[in-house]
Design a protein around this ligand. Sequence first.
Ligand code: SAM
Length: 376
Amino acid sequence: MAFLFDVYSHKEAEQRIKMIMKDLSSSRSPSQIKKERHWQHIDEIISIARANLKKEKIADFLFMNVDDHRFATNEIVARYRAERLKCNTLIEVGCGIGAQTIAFAKTCKQVIAIEKDERKISYAKENCKKQKNIAFIHGDALKVVSEIKSADIVFCDPERKPEEKERSFSTIQPSITLLLEKFGGLTKNFCIELPPQMQSIPIEGELEYLSVDNKLNRLNLYTGSLARYKKNALLLPEKKRLELIDNVLPEAKNVEKYIFEINPAIKKAGLIDSLKIKDVKKVLVADNTYVTGNQFMKSSFFVHAYEFLCECASEKDLIEHLKKLDAGKVILRGKIPEDQYWKRRTTIEKQLSGSKTFTVFVGNTFLVCIQRKLFE
Ligand SMILES: C[S@@+](CC[C@H](N)C(=O)[O-])C[C@H]1O[C@@H](n2cnc3c(N)ncnc32)[C@H](O)[C@@H]1O
């Protein structure tokens, strides 16, 4: 199978991708572009251009198509991990298009990057061409391990099937059990990225749930001397860490004056009780756990803050209250199926003519709140 670099030089490929990026930015559709430019590998070139125009930026420019973009490590996470895993020789198993490899090469003396996919490793080599301390190995990591003499750390961001509903330890590739067995002769220090949705993790070590810009991003499992903390959530880019402590947050039956939404990495890590903040309680609102208190407070562990105004028993009651509050728009929170969100919201908004926006938590009752700014 011919790849992009079998047909184009790297420079030529980059120039063509950048031309298509311009086309796409001036609202030309992929089908229009294909009619005008009869180039070899045009679908791949369009896909790489689209990946580089995505809002969720990975880096300035990388050879990666839209599928690669989904799995590539963004710069903030890559840099953080590279700092934490700084060592002499690091092996990266499944380097993909090299987004994480670039960062490792800046902190480690030597990086050995293994990838079984020929196209991806050809992109990785090009993406990492400025770094001279990376040895790339094309092949199955479980087979080529015998070629490696020594290592301090093994890092692996395994492959998971995009269509899989539930993330499970047994379906990710390469098999983590085999990885630990085969590379265990070189080092006991592993860092393995796992899907944060994974329920059961049968390996002892530090679990670090990462959020980037308040969105749940990744789960790192550290073993050997790399395991430094108890289970924790790390918020990036600010590097604020919440570690498991022996604490129980009291439970409130009803919301108090303020409702605070907790960072999703903290929730996923099961660390709500470790939020040892004075005068707050946990509370269930529309089937979700929040923190509530009578004082407004700013904390990097919170994502949003709301001031509670009133609770309405029915939709009719809700409309009456919203009218009195001069509401024009509502943002709905709670268990509303995605495909019904706009229908429900428009039904409510059609009955309003005011100018203000309120958040409504939809559960068995309706909680009307004003969203308060936590960050400037
Ligand atoms: C999630 S991706 C890695 C993405 C990478 N961190 C990046 O930023 O681009 C996982 C990679 O592992 C590779 N892989 C899976 N099993 C492998 C194996 N046994 N040996 C080598 N590579 C493997 C896949 O081809 C895939 O590119």
